[in-house]
Design a protein around this ligand. Sequence first.
Ligand SMILES: Cc1cc2nc3c(=O)[nH]c(=O)nc-3n(C[C@H](O)[C@H](O)[C@H](O)COP(=O)(O)OP(=O)(O)OC[C@H]3O[C@@H](n4cnc5c(N)ncnc54)[C@H](O)[C@@H]3O)c2cc1C
Ligand code: SF4
Ligand code: SF4
Ligand code: SF4
Length: 579
Amino acid sequence: MNHPLIQENKFVIPISYGSTEVIDTGKWGFQKPHTQFMTAPCQESCPAGNNIPQFLYLAQKGEYGNALLTILKENPFPGICGRVCFHPCEVSCNRDKYDESVSISALERYIFDTTSDQVPNLNPVQNVNGRGVAVVGSGPAGLSCAYFLRLLGHKVTVFEAYKEAGGIMTYGIPGYRLPKAIVKKEIARMIALGIEIKTGAKVGRDITFDALNEYDAVFLSIGAGIESPLGIEGEAFEKVMHGLDFLKRINSGSSIPGGQDVIVVGGGNTAMDVARSSIRNGCRVTIAYRRGRAEMPAIKDEIDDTEEEGARFEFLIQPVRIKMLSDKRLAVEFQRMKLGEPDASGRPRAIPVEGTDFIMETDYLITATGENVDLVSLPTDLIKNGLVYVDNFLRTKNAKMFAGGDVVDQPRTIVTAIGAGKKAAISIDLYLKGVPPEKMFSGIRVGDKGSLSFEAYTSGGRFEMNRAAQKVVTFDKLNTLYFEHTSRVKKRKLSREASLKSFQEVNLGLSAEEATTSVSRCFTCGTCNYCYNCYFFCPEGVIALDPIKGTKYVDYEHCKGCGTCAKSCPRNVVVMKEL
Ligand SMILES: Cc1cc2nc3c(=O)[nH]c(=O)nc-3n(C[C@H](O)[C@H](O)[C@H](O)COP(=O)(O)OP(=O)(O)OC[C@H]3O[C@@H](n4cnc5c(N)ncnc54)[C@H](O)[C@@H]3O)c2cc1C
Ligand code: SF4
Ligand code: SF4
Ligand code: SF4
């Protein structure tokens, strides 16, 4: 029979004036709760292995400096990635399945911009067995490798052919997307760590490859700095230029005259940067691409911005001949194309359509149809299909030489190059210790997409001991009852008029208020943020939480194994395990 008060439709709440520990019913539950950190899908998709839920959790608490320190444990270039990374993390973000993804890259930038002047460098470990490693090329792959090797206590010397370090971040990407001051600041942190960078030192020209034998190991990261030729008549005319050469000129302060017509051939990042730089020089720009808009390899935001700034797009055309006119303008003969079956890159093949030739006149033609590796400076035994051949651990055929970045077969992006630099640093460290890499790599992977955790590596393969941490929290595992629907903050941009007159940064980043709003949208999937749900909902009152010490305690003597805590946890941190 029901309690008399219940029969009168009155609620009954049992109140205990002492500890509920007296109700000791013993361990009769057949399952018990476990709290564990797990991998968020954003984190798995970040090639640099950034611990996104952890740094966003710290930012949610207002600890922006600690958030930067967390990023720096996995990624040496937050200021750069927060600006020009193609952010695959946001594509995988669980929040995208709820309303809109979290603005991860904008927050990475905000954290860097607001705290980097106050936050000290991470300390390299004191490694009495530290060895000497040479890094060839100072792009994101080379500098990332140098950074992690230095943190592991090795002595690192970077050789760079150009007079400034940074690779494409310095001489390729224009300042309106990536201000040079940001690149310099990130590199200054590397130098302060004790990394030696020798600029104006091209290996194969100023130093021989054999001279690198004095080092205990070598990392090759010379990138792909040679523009693919079009292979058509008229390509040698002075007013036909290569995209990367053009950008190098722009980045070193010189430019082409304004008021000219420019045709840019290509659909990648280089083509977009050439187009937008030319527009800033007062030129009228047409982009000619042999496939359609959907097949363009450039970052989507870049394509949109290029169009917004006034470039005209002509799809499904390719140049076949260039002639010089009497007034020194160029007459470029184009042929129309159609899309066919997918090629090796997975994109539909571009097939010429006979009898569709037509002519466009222009002052300049700038080619941006892809970049190749400068094979001349490389030992021939390392090369396969125009690239340096490496195995899964970035080892080349030469036992002490490793390679990564654009010089090997991998996606050509900054964050992939950073991830490769980290992987190589770990491989090199293991090689120098004489430890086979297989087991260690399986223990430090972040999810299943190839990213690695440097933090896990330096704590002796932490994930190896806790496999669950490598499992990814999918959207269906979250309890979204506790989250309100909200929208992403819209990008703030420089006005179009101001943008087109200068190389000032276009994306203005987040304001303090926008950062707070944006960071609060993160579910911190797989990371406890001490929301206290499990504590409040536990009917037995057996959960204790201490957000200051970062501890959680379950009194298993009194836990009944009901699973309420696991069901009420919004972020899949509590799971029930059968006894
Ligand atoms: C114009 C342009 C825009 C891009 N925009 C983006 C973007 O917005 N986002 C993104 O994610 N990716 C972008 N990318 C791709 C990205 O920049 C590359 O994937 C990345 O820089 C590759 O890094 P890396 O270290 O392998 O090579 P690099 O950055 O090319 O660096 C290689 C370095 O090695 C040096 N070097 C070459 N040979 C020698 C030698 N023999 N001795 C010593 N030094 C040598 C070079 O001078 C260079 O500094 C862009 C690429 C281009 C060309
Ligand atoms: S580096 Fe790129 S992928 Fe990684 S968190 Fe930052 S924006 Fe996302
Ligand atoms: S909600 Fe936060 S932790 Fe979850 S996937 Fe998105 S950014 Fe990552
Ligand atoms: S319910 Fe909240 S406090 Fe409890 S484990 Fe989950 S995230 Fe942490």
